[in-house]
Write a protein that binds this ligand. Structure first.
Ligand code: KG4
Ligand code: ZN
Length: 322
């Protein structure tokens, strides 16, 4: 079964083709819009929607070309319908519905966070139970997963998402957008001593990143070197992510973790995870860390097998829980 996966939830126009039976990604094309949002230091929803509308057919044609397929080869259209920026989601969903309607194909609406959650398993079969750590620009969650559709969110951020904190800190330090990759590069090249930043105190497995951002602002105002501030922020933020994750693993007795989302590309996080003992760690290939169509096709295909397809009347929803 050939599955088309579409994601336009934020600022990347992402389309993939995926062979469900063989569990193989045939193409995964992403058109990034960061240069258009960069001057604003964050994503502007109307610009995102307009760029998606301009690019989506080109990205689709490119994905078909790379996969060596034609529109008629597609059996199922899987498309992100929630959560995300509403004008942006609408472009992908409408396009997906068009492909499904005109070609008489199945349609499946996908939850963006659920797609990230399973992205470490692309090319493999999911194994349960696992703790999912979803770390992106919009979300920071620890989820206890006992089966497909069987989720319990046991921790989440009470304010900023961790990726958002990277982006805001980069903006404070005048490093450009998106902040994660720039700060990560500075961290890798940094050889000095880390500055002391407070680790936020929040009960349970929840997170908070706003205090860390304020602490960074104070260091900037005091005139500290921006490279040591950036590197120290990354060290503190990732250590903090990991400390709560370790606590959650211990308290749930689960010894398998699947880390996903844009921040799972972080080099320090990946290195620290690879050194964990007694825990099976699953982490997506770099191409599947940030928003991509492959993760949408992967989960869409599996949910389609479990639940069947959706009607053409499904709508886009800006916010919805996992
Ligand atoms: O998953 P994603 O592409 O989009 C959302 O669904 O939000 O995540 C984007 C986020 C951005 O905040 C970006 O700064 C962050 O992921 N990011 C990183 C790295 N690469 C991307 N954060 C830390 N280190 C990285 N290497
Ligand atoms: Zn995402």
């Amino acid at each position: 079964m050939v599955v088309l996966g579409i994601d336009t939830s934020c600022d990347d126009t992402s389309i993939a083709l995926y062979d469900g039976h063989r569990n193989r990604v045939l193409s995964n094309v992403v058109s990034s819009q960061y240069e258009f949002h960069s001057p604003y230091g964050g994503v502007v929803p109307e610009i995102a929607a307009r760029k998606h509308a301009e690019n989506i057919d080109l990205v689709f044609q490119e994905a078909l070309k790379v996969a060596g397929l034609e529109v008629r080869d597609i059996d199922l259209v899987a498309v992100t319908r929630t959560p995300g920026l509403l004008p942006a989601l609408l472009v992908g969903l409408t396009f997906g519905k068009g492909v499904a309607f005109l070609g008489n194909k199945y349609l499946k609406g996908v939850h963006h966070i659920e797609a990230h959650l399973f992205s470490p398993f692309i090319g493999k079969e999911p194994v349960y139970p696992f703790l999912g750590l979803v770390v992106s620009g919009g979300h920071t969650l620890i989820v206890e997963v006992r089966g497909m559709g069987n989720y319990r969110v046991i921790g989440k951020t009470l304010d900023d998402a961790v990726g958002e904190a990277f982006d805001k800190v980069a903006k404070l330090l005048d490093l450009g957008y998106p902040g994660g990759p720039v700060i990560d590069r500075i961290f890798r090249e940094f050889e000095g001593e880390y500055l002391l930043l407070p680790k936020p105190r929040v009960p349970g497995f929840n997170y908070s990143f706003s205090g860390l951002k304020t602490a960074v602002r104070r260091l900037v105002e005091k005139g500290y070197d921006k490279f040591s501030v950036a590197a120290s922020f990354q060290k503190t933020a990732i250590d903090y992510l990991l400390s709560k994750l370790m606590k959650a693993l211990k308290e749930t007795g689960i010894n398998r973790v699947a880390v996903s989302g844009g921040v799972s590309a972080n080099s320090y996080l990946r290195k620290a995870l690879s050194e964990l003992e007694g825990v099976e760690v699953l982490i997506p290939e770099i191409d599947y860390t940030s928003d991509n169509g492959a993760m949408v096709a992967y989960i869409g295909y599996r949910k389609f097998l479990l639940e069947g397809g959706d009607g053409l009347d499904i709508g886009a929803v800006a916010r919805s829980p996992l």
